[in-house]
Ligand binder design. Structure first.
Ligand code: SF4
Ligand code: SF4
Length: 112
């Protein structure tokens, strides 16, 4: 019987056979929910439905402590869109954080 000429695989054989790492594409930032505080009534509907509890209240401009508006913590917003669907005043929209002009839009939506 003929003896095989190949020995056990060497370390370099194993290296050559190993799958090459696929370079990772940079991830695009997820859309985030943004409240136009000029239209927000502070009704709490978005706070109640947000699954990650990332919407908070702050004093509105007219009667601090009485009328309130809501703002969203973008570090925690997952972009699920539930608040957009449930806001009765249609004052929440989804935006792309890297859109040109987004900073100006955020500033124009803030009441305080
Ligand atoms: S549901 Fe709309 S109007 Fe009500 S607090 Fe939230 S953003 Fe404001
Ligand atoms: S998009 Fe989802 S996670 Fe973000 S604020 Fe609205 S309900 Fe919360």
């Amino acid at each position: 019987m003929e003896q095989g000429t190949q020995g056990p695989p060497s370390a370099s054989d194993a290296q050559a056979a190993a799958p090459k790492p696929v370079p990772k594409k940079p991830r695009k930032p997820r859309p985030k929910a943004l409240i136009d505080e000029n239209g927000c009534t502070g009704c709490d509907a978005c706070i109640v439905v947000c699954p990650v509890d990332c919407i908070f209240k702050l004093d509105g401009p007219e009667y601090p402590g009485v009328n309130t508006v809501c703002r969203i913590d973008w570090d925690r917003c997952t972009g699920c869109t539930i608040c957009v669907r449930d806001c009765p005043w249609e004052t929440i929209e989804m935006v792309k954080p890297d859109d040109p002009g987004i900073e100006e839009k955020i500033l124009s939506y803030k009441v305080s």
